[in-house]
Design a protein. Structure first.
Length: 237
């Protein structure tokens, strides 16, 4: 009997607290300007790639790995439309498996191959300006989609080989990409799912452009077509 009463009391408290949260959030929905933060995971989506050594295509793989992102955003509400400036930090990871050609064996007169693994980490600052439309906008829930440009400043690319040799590319890169996605609010809780489309879609990696790269990679280049998937959680006020 006492146990059932405690369960019922807890349920009533949770409902009343949820109702109070919804009432407070309704004031947030009515604001002309909101702000918030988000953090989550990202992953490169590589559609196609070619790996070259001395301009000859060789075998290899690109393995996409989970990265990290965090951002602050504002939201200027214009009825059901909104403008959302967004600034954040992105870290993306990739792993390259390269089957590099080695010297010709004098006994067999055949050229041997050797598998080399290279882990890559790219760090960037991103500034987006998104235009969105609220499909649902109530006192408790918001659901919308958005689209807009993203200015990406990549300030360092770090690499590590199987032999624990570390090297990096500090040549600053600037790109203008396109973001499309959806977001939702359940009270203050904010969900964001976005897809970043690289412009141009094909990216080139030339190890010869990296001064600290090991000599055996200087004749290796990678042409890849990739975009980024991102999912994050946060709060909006």
């Amino acid at each position: 009997m006492h146990k059932d009463f405690l369960i019922l009391l807890l349920f009533v408290l949770l409902c009343s607290n949820s109702s109070a949260q919804m009432n407070r959030f309704s004031k947030v929905v009515q604001k002309s300007f909101n702000w918030g933060f988000r953090a989550g995971f990202d992953a490169i989506n590589t559609d196609s790639y070619q790996i070259y050594q001395n301009e000859n295509e060789i075998n290899g793989n690109i393995i996409n790995q989970a990265g990290f992102q965090c951002a602050l955003f504002g939201r200027i509400n214009l009825g059901n439309f909104f403008i959302q400036p967004d600034i954040g930090y992105y870290l993306v990871r990739e792993k390259y498996q390269l089957y590099l050609m080695r010297e010709i064996n004098p006994e067999t007169q055949q050229q041997a191959t050797n598998k080399d693994n290279i882990s890559g980490i790219s760090q960037s600052l991103n500034s987006a300006m998104l235009l969105g439309y609220n499909v649902v906008k109530s006192d408790a829930y918001i659901f919308n989609f958005f689209l807009g440009p993203n200015f990406k400043y990549t300030y360092i690319d770090k690499y590590k080989t199987d032999y624990n040799y570390n090297f990096s590319n500090k040549n600053h890169q600037f790109n203008l990409n396109l973001i499309t996605g959806i977001s939702a609010n359940i009270s203050y809780l904010y969900f964001d799912f976005r897809y970043e489309i690289y412009i141009p879609s094909k990216n080139y990696l030339y190890f010869s452009d990296i001064e600290s790269a090991p000599n055996y990679l200087k004749d290796v280049s990678i042409k890849k077509n990739e975009n980024i998937l991102c999912f994050s959680l946060g709060m909006m006020f």
